[in-house]
Design a protein around this ligand. Structure first.
Ligand SMILES: [Zn+2]
Length: 462
């Protein structure tokens, strides 16, 4: 009998230990799927800065119930995990709650404390003495999280903030009695099930069993229970957090300082970018890309124009704040640049030097990634309107003005034709880019190819 009681006690203690090691964040029954095209912010090209305010719970008489936290150290730990995803956590201050009743909280109590004490425009980070978990966010997404004082410098901090920014557990729907639709082992339903992030593998809560290969060190996993060190978010999780920051109403005000957005800067324009909600104790240093000139600037805004009438390519404006935070806005400058674009002949098995005589040939305009750093961020072909011209050929109009064309060469066998492409982006047309093709005859439906392939590219002014 004594042995049984001991066993029962051991079970109670170990189950309490496991329970206290997990996260208490409640999971909404209808998770938000963020879809659609990514904005420049969600694609990760500019920094998102989030204000976090710390509420430290003390005894009613104002004495500390635990060692006073170093909130800068918490923020610095958080930034280790968030900065790879261009999300920057800013310490916007801290305050005390002198109420011994709030030293030990569950989710219900957390909700009532948040109702009374939450500040707007920040993520509210409550530090308490004890709770049945390591920590919890009030919802997904949310502007409040609660955490035990002995977990504040551990990945639990990043985990609960991840919930606030829209992330679910990697095992959602599959393990730890967490409801929801399960992610297939091959991830085929990753857009609509599991944690709704496609680059986190299906996670059955166990270490590499039954064919599952979960990410054992993911911040949003429970593999710390097996001794693994949770140390990263995936790019997909970073993107989902940025999407949540862009779209979730409850998060709309936690982004602290924003640099206004610009799509393009035509060569004849000037444009003013400004910082919203810049604290008065910060100063700004402005820098711009080499194709842009600063006309005027102050702490809160900068006016820029294109450096010359033929300036082109990607441009950026960067605000470096005196607290080290850098905000950057990227946009295209001037008319499009044809450097790096090629016409690709789909009708001919990847050999773009030949076009079939009297046959409709499908060409698409592709960007050659071997040319460094043009159009990598903003000016993918689909952002531009395209025109195509070809001598000795018929051209089938492309009603959607997509970067493709269908042409039918009328030149005889072995003669060359010249195809030109140019693009328009709202600032004006690029110069024509010319590309030579050799016309081939077709015998009995079979293309005869002669030895020797050449392809010429020529570029000239408009
Ligand atoms: Zn959690």
């Amino acid at each position: 009998m004594k042995k049984l009681i001991l066993l029962y006690l051991a079970f109670l203690i170990s189950s309490y230990y496991i329970f206290s090691q997990i996260c208490g964040t409640p999971h909404p029954t209808n998770p938000t799927i963020y879809s659609g095209s990514a904005s420049s912010r969600t694609s990760g090209s500019s920094e998102l800065c989030i204000d976090v305010f710390f509420h430290i719970v003390r005894n009613t008489n104002g004495t500390s119930a635990f060692t006073l936290p170093n909130t800068d150290a918490i923020v610095s730990e958080l930034n280790k995990f968030y900065s790879p995803h261009n999300i920057v956590i800013n310490n916007s201050g801290s305050g005390f709650i002198n109420n011994s009743n709030n030293l030990h909280v569950d989710i219900r109590e957390g909700n009532s404390i948040a109702h009374l004490k939450n500040r707007s425009g920040v993520i509210n980070y409550y530090i308490v003495d004890d709770m049945p978990y390591n920590g919890f966010a009030l919802d997904i997404p949310s502007d409040a999280l609660f955490i035990k004082d002995d977990r504040i410098y551990t990945p639990t901090s990043a985990h609960e903030l991840g919930h606030c920014l829209g992330l679910y557990h990697t095992h959602k729907g599959l393990a730890h009695r967490e409801r929801g639709c399960a992610e297939a082992i091959d991830g085929s339903n990753c857009d609509t099930c599991g944690d709704l992030v496609c680059d986190t593998p299906a996670d059955n809560g166990k270490v590499n069993t039954n064919g599952y290969m979960p990410d054992l060190t993911n911040i949003m996993s429970y593999f710390h229970l097996f001794g693994y060190n949770r140390d990263h978010f995936t790019n997909g999780q970073g993107r989902r957090m940025r999407m949540a920051l862009d779209n979730a109403p409850i998060l709309s005000r936690v982004l602290s300082i924003k640099l206004s957005k610009v799509d393009k800067l035509c060569s004849t324009q000037s444009v003013t970018l400004s910082l919203s909600s810049l604290p008065s104790n910060l100063t700004t240093t402005w820098t711009v890309s080499s194709n842009i000139t600063i006309v005027s600037s102050n702490n809160n805004s900068v006016t820029v124009r294109a450096k010359s009438s033929n300036a082109t390519g990607n441009g950026w404006v960067k605000a470096t704040l005196s607290n080290g935070v850098v905000l950057q806005e990227d946009f295209s400058v001037g008319a499009p640049d044809m450097m790096g674009y090629k016409l690709y002949n789909h009708s001919y098995n990847g050999n773009y030097t030949y076009l079939k005589h009297r046959v409709w040939n499908y060409l698409s305009i592709v960007y050659d990634t071997s040319v460094p750093d043009y159009y990598t961020t903003y000016s993918s072909p689909y952002h531009l309107k395209w025109e195509v011209t070809a001598d000795h050929s018929l051209i089938r109009a492309n009603p959607n003005r997509l970067p493709k064309a269908v042409i039918s060469p009328r030149h005889p066998n072995e003669q060359g034709i010249v195809v030109g492409i140019r693009a328009e982006n709202g600032c004006g047309y690029s110069w024509w880019k010319w590309q030579d093709f050799i016309v081939k005859e077709i015998a009995g439906g079979v293309v005869i190819i002669n030895e020797g392939t050449t392809m010429e590219e020529t570029e000239d002014g408009q």
